[in-house]
Write a protein that binds this ligand. Structure first.
Ligand code: COA
Length: 323
């Protein structure tokens, strides 16, 4: 008996507060026109002072659970992708488990920055394929606003807060056709938060507790790498580009998204884009975009959906799904 996983419910949550480009103009030396032209972003959502990654994760999870129509008691694995956990420990997944009133099932976090959701989905799929889980909650949740230097125009215009979640259920046919994960830590310095827990008092380790990014280098690598992983995914499934119905890329920059779509010869109508209104929500960006496209009815049963992500590490990965 082969076990596969299928996404049976999606959920998303964005904090109420919207930070517009116009407001950013009053904070750093930037313009609405520059941000729109270079990134495609016009606004992003920012968590309230008393709102944390766990709150965002809980709201998105409850919506996914409701959409799937599963009982929380039946969830037998929780995987949360986040770079911005509320606490050093317990993991966000354990805190979320308690909020949802679930007891006993394994729960853990995954840290792969903007590729986090794809990593989490892949790990969850392996649990399903091995028969170790049958109903999984997979979440991408971030409060990136907490690790942004709001005086640095190179980074502060790009990111936002949010959470997205899916429920995976066991099926006799895939759902998730394949996942592909990669990393290369040699590129760590191009996109990083240098200070963490162990090195926070170290004089040897220089750098801030905020996101530092070599924007144009990251841009070039992202375009090259996302093109490669799309080819790898199609080859693994013996599929052609024109058999893809939807591309759901990580939402970092509309120019990166457009370049990836061009390499796949996909018209932009087949690309789900939320970057304009969400900004880059890191691990939350793909499940948030998926939730939008599922709820507005764009994605139909039987269609092929390619998700792909790229982020700090560098990490990159993809998931091909038959909806
Ligand atoms: N407003 C106005 N000017 C800005 C600016 C802002 N918010 N941010 C940077 N600039 C300036 C730079 O200082 C630079 O000025 P200079 O030429 O006088 O030094 C100029 O704009 C061009 O900078 P550059 O980095 O070459 O621009 P770019 O076209 O590469 O766009 C990014 C910058 C950050 C939007 C782009 O590189 C990018 O999106 N990179 C990838 C980011 C990403 O995806 N990160 C996460 C991956 S998960």
């Amino acid at each position: 008996m082969a076990y596969f996983s299928r996404i049976t419910g999606t959920g998303g949550y964005l904090p109420e507060r919207v930070l517009s480009n116009a407001e950013l103009e009053t904070m750093v030396n930037t313009t609405d026109a520059w941000i729109r032209e270079r990134t495609g972003i016009s606004q992003r959502h920012i968590a309230a002072d008393d709102e944390f990654t766990l709150d965002l994760a809980e709201a998105a999870s409850r919506r996914a659970i409701e959409a799937a129509g599963v009982r929380t008691d039946d969830i037998d694995l929780i995987v949360v992708a986040t770079t911005t956990a509320d606490q050093v420990f317990p993991s966000t997944a354990c805190l979320l488990q308690s909020r949802l009133g679930i007891h006993g099932c394994p729960a853990f976090d995954i840290q792969a920055v903007c590729t986090g959701f794809v990593y989490a989905l892949s790990v969850a799929d392996q649990f399903m394929r091995s028969g170790m889980a049958s109903k999984v909650l997979v979440v991408g949740a971030e409060t990136f606003s907490r690790i942004i230097d709001w005086t640095d125009r190179n980074t502060c215009v790009l990111f936002g807060d949010g959470a997205g979640a899916v429920i995976l259920e066991r099926d006799s046919e895939p759902g998730i056709l394949s996942t592909h994960l990669h990393a290369d830590g040699d590129y760590a310095s191009l996109l990083q938060v240098p200070k963490g827990v162990s090195n926070q008092l170290s004089a040897v380790q220089q750098g801030s507790a905020f996101v530092e990014m070599a924007g144009s280098e990251v841009f070039r690598m992202a375009v090259k790498t996302l093109g490669r992983i799309a080819d790898e995914t199609l080859a693994a499934n013996d599929m052609r580009k024109d058999q893809l119905d939807w591309l759901i890329p990580h939402q970092a920059n509309h120019r990166i998204i457009a370049a990836t779509a061009k390499k796949l010869s996909m018209p932009m109508e087949k690309v789900v884009q939320t970057v304009a209104t969400h900004g880059n929500t890191s691990a939350a960006s793909i499940p948030l975009a998926l939730d939008v496209a599922v709820r507005d009815g764009r994605i139909k049963q039987g269609e092929h959906v390619l998700m792909e992500g790229f982020g700090g590490g560098f990490t990159w990965g993809s998931a091909l799904i038959k909806w």
